[in-house]
Design a protein around this ligand. Structure first.
Ligand code: OGA
Ligand code: NI
Length: 310
C-alpha cells in the first residue's frame, strides 16, 4: 500500500473540500503523505538536485569513503567476519544549512539555488500548516504562531542535505535508524530513483515510494503535542542500498527553543483529559530537545514523560 499522494493545486478549486479531507487523513491516519503540483517549479527542483549532487561529489564523497566513522567501522566488522550488524551509527553523509550556517564553498550555484529553494519551501510549509489549522479546527495561523514562540519569525527553518552512499553491505548497517522527528512540520525532497525511506504503519514497514518532483510531508513530535495526539509523529527509517547513492533534502519548520508547546486549548477534552493526566504535557521546546538529543532513536512516550517533569 503506497502512502497517500495528494494534488495540492486542487486546494484552490472545486475539489477543495475533498483535498482538505485527503490531507486530514494523511495527517491522522498516516503521518506521512506526498504532495504533487505543490507550486514549486520543476526548474528549481532540477537545479536543487543538480547542485546537491555536485556538492556531494565534489566536496563530500571522497571524504566519506576515506575517513568517515561508518566506513571505518563497517570495514572492521567485515574483517571480523562475526555476522554482526553495525549498531549505533548511520550510513549517511549529512550537513545542515540555514541562513546562518557556513555554506559549502566549492560548488557553483549551491548557495543561490538553495536560498531560493528554502524561501519557496518555507512558504509551502506555512500553507500546509494553515491547512492543518483548518482541519484541526484551531484558529488560522495558530501552528505557525506557536512554533514562532507567540510572535514574529523566531521558528527555526533548517534544511538537512543528506546522501546515503551506495553501501557494499546494506544488510550490515542502516542508512538512518528508526526515529520520529522532534520538531514541527517536515518537507522532504527525496531521490527520484534510489528508494530506501520507510514508515511504520500498523506494525509494518512500508516504502515511501519515489515520485519525481513530489514533496513528502510529515509531522514531528511537537505537532503531536499541539494537536493533542490527533496528528501522531510516525516512526521512519532509511535502509542502506547497494544500487546507488540516495539524495534526500529535508527541510523542517521547528519551534524556537524558547517556544512553549502544549495541546491547543480547543483540542483538550477538559473533563477527561486534564484531570486524568491523559493530556499531552506543556513544556518549553529547548527542554524537549535536551532530552531528544539523548533519546532520538528510542520511543517518544518516555520523552513526553521526562519533559513533563522538567
Ligand atoms: C530525517 C529523516 C529521511 C530521509 O532527516 O529525520 O528522516 O529520507 N530523513 O533522509
Ligand atoms: Ni526523520
Amino acid at each position: 500500500m503506497p502512502i497517500p499522494v495528494i494534488d495540492f493545486s486542487k486546494l484552490n478549486g472545486e475539489e477543495r473540500a475533498t483535498t482538505m479531507v485527503q490531507i486530514a487523513k494523511g495527517c491522522e491516519e498516516w503521518g506521512f503523505f506526498q504532495l504533487v503540483n505543490h507550486g514549486i517549479s520543476v526548474d528549481l527542483l532540477e537545479r536543487v538536485k543538480k547542485v546537491s549532487t555536485e556538492c556531494y561529489k565534489i566536496e563530500r564523497e571522497e571524504e566519506f569513503f576515506k575517513n568517515s566513522t561508518p566506513v571505518k567501522r563497517l570495514k572492521e566488522l567485515i574483517d571480523k567476519k562475526s555476522g554482526e550488524k553495525l549498531e549505533n551509527i548511520d550510513w549517511e553523509d549529512v550537513f545542515l544549512i540555514s541562513d546562518d550556517y557556513e555554506w559549502p564553498q566549492k560548488t557553483q550555484g549551491f548557495r543561490e539555488t538553495m536560498m531560493e529553494y528554502r524561501s519557496e519551501l518555507k512558504k509551502l510549509t506555512e500553507k500546509v500548516m494553515e491547512v492543518m489549522d483548518e482541519n484541526l479546527g484551531i484558529p488560522k495561523g495558530y501552528i505557525k504562531k506557536v512554533l514562532n514562540g507567540g510572535e514574529g519569525e523566531k521558528a527555526f527553518f533548517g534544511t538537512k542535505v543528506s546522501h546515503y552512499p551506495a553501501c557494499p553491505h546494506p544488510e550490515m548497517v542502516t542508512g538512518l535508524r528508526a526515529h520520529t522527528d522532534a520538531g514541527g512540520v517536515i518537507l522532504l525532497f527525496q531521490d527520484d530513483e534510489v528508494d530506501g525511506l520507510e514508515i511504520l504503519k500498523d506494525g509494518k514497514w512500508i516504502d515511501v515510494q519515489p515520485i519525481a518532483n513530489s514533496i513528502v510531508i510529515n509531522t514531528g513530535d511537537q505537532i503531536e503535542v499541539l494537536s493533542n495526539g490527533r496528528y501522531k509523529s510516525v516512526w521512519h527509517r532509511v535502509n542502506a542500498k547497494s544500487n546507488g547513492t540516495r539524495r534526500s533534502i529535508a527541510s523542517f519548520y521547528n519551534p524556537s527553543y524558547n517556544a512553549t508547546i502544549a495541546p491547543a486549548p480547543e483540542l483538550i477534552e477538559k473533563e477527561n483529559e486534564t484531570v486524568n493526566h491523559l493530556c499531552y504535557p506543556k513544556f518549553v521546546f529547548g527542554d524537549y530537545m535536551s532530552i531528544y538529543t539523548e533519546q532520538k532513536f528510542l520511543p517518544k512516550e518516555p520523552r513526553f514523560q521526562a519533559v513533563r517533569a522538567v
